[in-house]
Ligand binder design. Structure first.
Ligand SMILES: [Zn+2]
Length: 134
């Protein structure tokens, strides 16, 4: 299944998340990094969840992760995803620390599978999906 052919809704963009999606469109994986406690933050926020600092800055991240859990979707919640089923979504633990929910491009997902980001055209959007590390 070519995910680019799907007719699915894309992510909701806000002023806070716009830098993440702009970088993704350029093929860059970017996360917020706290200038005070030096920890990485995802999802995008106005305050660091670790130290409450407002000094969060966007930085390019490694795009490396490990699979923490996943589910194989046979009956999608949105009919636009039906042509792609079955497919896997999962929680990945980013090398920088935070977790992210994403599409998992792996034929055989398994616990702690090493992954790397793969920017993928999904419908009209470029989304950061994860594939096995090569
Ligand atoms: Zn902080």
């Amino acid at each position: 299944m070519n995910l680019a052919e799907l007719k699915v809704p894309g992510p909701t963009r806000t002023a806070l998340t716009a830098p993440f999606w702009a970088a993704a469109a350029e093929g860059r994986f970017t996360l917020q990094h706290c200038a005070d406690c030096a920890r990485w933050v995802f999802y995008p926020r106005q305050l660091c969840p670790h130290c409450w600092s407002p000094r969060l800055q966007w930085r390019d991240a490694s795009g490396r992760a490990q699979l923490e859990t996943w589910s194989v979707i046979h009956r999608p919640g949105h009919p636009g995803w039906a042509p792609a089923a079955p497919y896997a979504i999962g929680i990945v633990r980013l090398a920088e620390g935070p977790t992210m929910l994403s599409h998992i491009l792996a034929a055989e997902p398994r616990l702690h599978l090493p992954l790397q980001v793969r920017f993928t055209q999904v419908g009209a959007e470029v989304l950061p999906c994860f594939e096995p590390l090569t």
